[in-house]
Design a protein around this ligand. Structure first.
Ligand code: JF5
Length: 220
């Protein structure tokens, strides 16, 4: 699941050109016994299974270096955002621990995990897709990862506002036209229009971001 997601397209090109590299490690290789068991029932009772500290601990130990930063993906982690992506992009070696079942023995998080991250308030079947999301957001920030065509789209988030709407040819499609101002050639006017669109969208869809960016609530 992870390999095709992270070796496709832009991330794949960046890996092939040496910007980053991916190592994939199956925790089950550290599993116990004939069934390579990685989980057990929770102390204290209850449903579901918990990933064993000894197994996950051995898996982490096998792949970490002295400069590794170990990240656990779980719904109960700290909310992931662009600021976290920027911070992780500065680090030399990231290890993503992907939970399954009800989660991982809490002693692993306390000892071997440097931070626990959530990509949103929903439950996944495992941490792999969440790790792919984080890796994508981090790798595209590495120097040389993006070509000119893909660059730049940090702007909206570094401003803390949502993107303005984009248009390209044809000028009329399905009876819909492109806003006049974008065809006017007046760059200052275009910039003001885009800023107003960003602010309006942010107020409407993300009042939390609007407040954080210091936008006044609109009248209507
Ligand atoms: C996971 C046990 C981790 O469900 C998530 C998740 C949701 N938002 N961010 C991450 O991670 C997978 C499942 C079960 C631990």
């Amino acid at each position: 699941m992870i390999e095709p997601a992270l070796t496709h397209s832009i991330l794949g090109r960046a890996a092939r050109s040496g910007v980053w590299s991916l190592g994939l490690h199956d925790i089950r290789e550290h599993g116990l016994g004939r069934h390579r068991t990685v989980d057990d029932s929770p102390y204290g009772g209850g449903s579901g299974m918990v990933m064993r500290a000894d197994v996950v601990g051995a898996a982490i130990a096998a792949v970490t270096r002295s400069d590794s930063h170990v990240v656990l993906l779980e719904a109960g982690g700290a909310p992931f955002g662009q600021a976290t992506a920027r911070r992780l992009a500065q680090l030399p070696h990231l290890v993503f621990v992907c939970g399954h079942y009800e989660g991982i023995d809490a002693r692993v998080r306390e000892t071997l995990v440097h931070e626990s991250i959530s990509i949103g308030d929903y439950v996944l079947t495992g941490g792999e897709l969440a790790a792919c999301v984080v890796v994508d957001a981090v790798v595209r920030l590495l120097p040389g990862a993006l070509g000119n065509a893909e660059s730049a789209v940090e702007e909206s988030f570094s401003e803390g506002l949502l993107e303005y709407p984009h248009y390209t040819r044809p000028p009329e499609w399905s009876g819909l036209t492109v806003p006049e101002v974008l065809l006017s050639g007046d760059h200052a006017k275009v910039a003001r229009w885009r800023r107003a669109q960003s602010e309006a969208r942010t107020r409407q869809l993300r009042p939390d971001l609007a407040r954080a960016a210091g936008l006044k609530p609109s009248e209507d």
